[in-house]
Design a protein around this ligand. Sequence first.
Ligand SMILES: NC(=O)c1ccc[n+]([C@@H]2O[C@H](COP(=O)([O-])OP(=O)(O)OC[C@H]3O[C@@H](n4cnc5c(N)ncnc54)[C@H](OP(=O)(O)O)[C@@H]3O)[C@@H](O)[C@H]2O)c1
Length: 276
Amino acid sequence: MDAPITKLAVLGTGKMGQALVAGLLASGWRQPGEITATARSPERISELTERYGVETTLDNSAAVAGADVIVLAVKPQDIDALLSEIADHVTPQQTILSVVAAIPTTHIESRLSNNVPVVRAMPNTPSVVHEGVAGIAGGRHAEDKHVAMAAEVLTHVGRVVIVPENYLDAVTAISGSGPAYFALLAEAMIEAGILLGLSREISTELVVQTMLGSAKLLRDEKMHPVELREMVTSPGGTTTRAIQVLEQSGVRAAFLNAIQAAMERSQELARGEPDV
Ligand SMILES: NC(=O)c1ccc[n+]([C@@H]2O[C@H](COP(=O)([O-])OP(=O)(O)OC[C@H]3O[C@@H](n4cnc5c(N)ncnc54)[C@H](OP(=O)(O)O)[C@@H]3O)[C@@H](O)[C@H]2O)c1
């Protein structure tokens, strides 16, 4: 059997890095002494030590020493500087897990020596409440055991799906950007409730709990979306009237087009194309 993960280094512990540290500790899977976190500012690392009791340092090359999994969690524009700091210190016995958006595994591999295994992940924002979902893909030197190791780390902040790397743009368009689609829907439904005379507080409670409950029926009860929709749609009733208006407004087609557009933008960003 392969050696279990004992030590992790999280390089660039901002929002996503912190979500991971918090998730790994909260689940009891790792102890604070088994995690080393880095950031750029002394204030940030003091905050992390104080809050989580993990080891912290500003020195990325020191942080990688002895780590089984090295998580890269900086912004895309900071990845090259980070890789140049650690390139001479990472060994093929370690696994790199990058959550950096739009940076392909080939880019990371080309800046490291020694055929270091690299796994790339596209997590999403609900990871901060440990209800995220991440698509992950192994690079050229990553074997199944490295992908499994990366998946094990990410399961502590949510669920994981394994896909070939060229599908990570689709994952970005669906679940990476997905929380924004649901937020837009929530915003519109809350405003609609207010239009109908409900208070903002009551409308928000109704909408948010309905989203959560519906998600649980789909996920936990494994209900098909059509089944759920039919469950609340009686002939000649209120829901069918609403669905008719949504379909006439082209909502379904708008989602297909929007998600296609998000995927194309993700591909552009991966090619390094700037904002338009
Ligand atoms: N947030 C999300 O929901 C989400 C979802 C999917 C993917 N991601 C990806 O996750 C990555 C991080 O995003 P984020 O939202 O967590 O960003 P963030 O909050 O800005 O965190 C980035 C962290 O990197 C640190 N940093 C930068 N350069 C460094 C270096 N050379 N050495 C050590 N630390 C360094 C910064 O330290 P200081 O604070 O000290 O400057 C900061 O704490 C991004 O690539 C993003 O695409 C994020």
